[in-house]
Design a binder for this molecule. Structure first.
Ligand code: PGA
Length: 251
């Protein structure tokens, strides 16, 4: 069975219309395997333009965050239905920057995952341990707790429509990527953890790696049997580099 392959551009609070235009022109021309989704996640104000500029069937839109509420008096928030209206297919939830800088807890992330699924958006559910968790041998316990919080909220069956992004915090934006072996070992653990509840879901769920992925290190990461793609931050802001990453992944 081949799982869906995913390359996701997380622009964070970077980029502008010029980057969007240049990226779209380049990506609209690339040839990708049919089971690859390239997901472009610009900031909210650019989603409408991105919808108009991206023409490729396999290049889809994602959002970087979303409200846990359906609608209401929540100044400054963006709802799942609004994203749907702009043809957004995926939404990044529980990114470590949201967890650490905006105090998003496991239970809030679980609620957002539920809200996204209710709106037929595919959550890119992010998990990852801190450096001290890894050095103290707590990586598996830490990741299990993050996953379990969402299982408790939505049930394991709903993971049929979820993508997991594993991003060790010590690798995000640091240039210090996890070795392909270490990333593979952790991805295998995540799959095994899910398999205890549902082997079919564990086999099918895409698990992508994030943290200082670039055009030079992506090939070995993507070759690992349990790594189904990448969540790319810094390197997704460079058109040449991001194109190379998209062309490296095999469907
Ligand atoms: P990075 O960011 O590729 O710059 O490390 C990854 C991310 O978006 O979390």
């Amino acid at each position: 069975m081949t799982r869906k392959a995913i390359v996701l551009a997380n622009w964070k609070m970077h980029g502008n219309l010029t980057l969007l235009q240049n990226m779209s022109e380049r990506l609209n021309r690339i040839i990708t395997p049919s089971n690859l989704d390239v997901i472009i996640c610009p900031s909210f104000p650019y989603l409408m333009s991105a919808k108009q500029m991206l023409m490729h069937d396999n290049i889809v839109l994602g959002a970087q965050n979303m409200s846990e509420f359906k609608a209401g008096a929540y100044t400054g928030e963006v709802s799942a239905d609004m994203l749907k209206e702009l043809a957004v297919k995926y939404v990044v939830l529980g990114h470590s920057e949201r967890r650490s800088l905006y105090h998003e807890t496991n239970s809030l992330v679980a609620l957002k995952v539920e809200t996204a699924l209710n709106a037929q958006l595919t959550p890119i559910f992010c998990i990852g341990e801190r450096e001290e968790d890894r050095t103290s041998g707590q990586t598996e316990a830490f990741l299990s707790a993050q996953i379990q919080a969402v299982i408790d909220k939505i049930g394991i069956e709903k993971f049929n429509d979820v993508v997991i992004a594993y991003e060790p915090l010590w690798a995000i934006g640091t240039g210090k990527t996890a070795s392909p072996e270490l990333a593979q070992e952790t991805h295998r653990f995540i799959r095994a953890f899910l398999a205890e509840l549902d082997t079919d879901i564990a086999r099918k769920i895409p698990i992508i790696y994030g943290g200082s992925v670039n055009a030079n290190n992506c090939e070995k990461l993507f070759q690992q049997p349990d790594i189904d793609g990448g969540l790319i931050g810094g390197a997704s802001l460079n058109v040449d580099e991001f194109e190379r990453i998209c062309l490296t992944i095999k469907g």
